[in-house]
Design a protein around this ligand. Structure first.
Ligand SMILES: O=C(O)C1CCN(c2ccc(-c3cc(CO)ccc3Cl)cn2)CC1
Length: 322
């Protein structure tokens, strides 16, 4: 399908929490965290919620592109940490920016959310729509148990997005591979809603927190990301060498290095910014993409690969011609 990335933008909350600050109230240290994850710090909201970060991204995309809100046909937000069950983050953004001609909904695919969402937007642009916002937005700090050092040190808050527009040029999504492994869903959970009603009395307890089987998710990622990348490349009749930049979900620096190795590609093609943000789930690829576009590392004419992986469990890869 032909679409062009007109603009990208990202937003992170102002509050920075370093590993050293975590060590002041948690039994951890930079010496433990950094070598295992590649993370030095993360951004954490003060009083903003997910819809505030997503709205800031939307406003930046409109300002940078000169497009007005009423020119948008749709807004999709990939998030696993919405403000509410309803309204969705996307619907709150649509109202906040007065995108009066846009329909809006959230897509919940955890750390594959940005990749799944671009795929859905691409399908809309290939058929009947012209322009839309794709945003990945997360406030994971509200889901983290800040006494559980095995997860609290890994995650951060942030949002990023792209303005996509239909085009006749030979650019856009060359191929994709989106997979879900629901039988492994228990390895990464967060935000369990209690189940009970007047007639049943107490059933399942609410459990707002993140729970992760790190070993299983780590092994899943190192095995399945090469699978979805290879499948997407095969569908596009491309080799791994023909991709200029691989933008992987920024979950863990060691995981990215092991995927690059397994995939037989130089680590230089796999930029890593997890040190500054931690794992921002659906926002991570968008933050990286915007930083790389600003730096000129990613630019028109290139072939790039995006790969998300994580909760669901899910994995997804896109091959995009810029
Ligand atoms: O080395 C150690 O002891 C530990 C070993 C376990 N680690 C992990 C494991 C899994 C993830 C992860 C999380 C998500 C959730 O968005 C998605 C994708 C991944 Cl691959 C991140 N870190 C941290 C260091």
């Amino acid at each position: 399908e032909q679409f062009t990335i007109v603009e990208s933008a990202h937003v992170v909350p102002q509050r920075v929490v370093t590993n050293d600050e975590l060590a002041t109230f948690m039994d951890t240290s930079d010496d433990w965290i950094y070598p295992r994850t590649g993370i030095h710090q993360r951004h954490v909201v003060n009083d903003e919620n997910t819809s505030d970060l997503a709205t800031s991204v939307a406003n930046k995309l409109l300002a940078k592109s000169g497009i007005t809100a009423d020119q948008l046909d749709f807004i999709i937000v990939g998030t696993m940490s919405p403000d509410n069950l309803t309204p969705s983050v996307a619907q709150q953004v649509q109202g906040n920016i007065r995108a009066n001609n846009a329909f809006a909904w959230d897509l919940s695919a955890a750390c594959s959310g940005f990749v799944y969402t671009i795929s859905m937007a691409s399908a809309l642009l290939a058929t009947k729509y012209h322009r839309g916002l794709v945003i990945g937005a997360e406030v994971l700090s509200k889901l983290v148990d800040w006494q559980d050092r095995s997860t609290a040190v890994l995650f951060g808050d942030g949002a990023a997005g792209v303005l996509l527009e239909k085009t006749s040029a030979q650019v856009g999504l060359l191929a994709e591979s989106l997979k879900t492994y629901g039988e492994q869903s228990e390895f990464l959970t967060a935000g369990h809603q209690r189940n009970s009603n007047y007639f049943t009395g107490e059933l399942s307890q609410a459990d707002p927190y993140f729970h992760m089987n790190g070993r299983e998710v780590y092994n899943f990622a190192t095995r399945q990301v090469p699978v979805v990348l290879s499948e997407a490349l095969d569908k596009a009749n491309l080799t791994a060498d023909s991709i200029d930049v691989y933008l992987l979900h920024q979950a863990n620096a060691r995981i990215i290095a092991s995927i690059a190795k397994r995939f037989g590609q130089p680590i230089e093609k796999f930029p890593i910014n997890v040190a500054n943000y931690g794992n921002t789930s659906a926002a991570s690829i968008g933050i990286l993409l915007d930083e790389l576009r600003i730096e000129g590392v990613v630019h028109d004419g290139q072939k790039i690969a995006l790969a998300g992986f994580g909760g669901g469990l899910t994995a997804g890869a896109l091959i995009i011609q810029l």
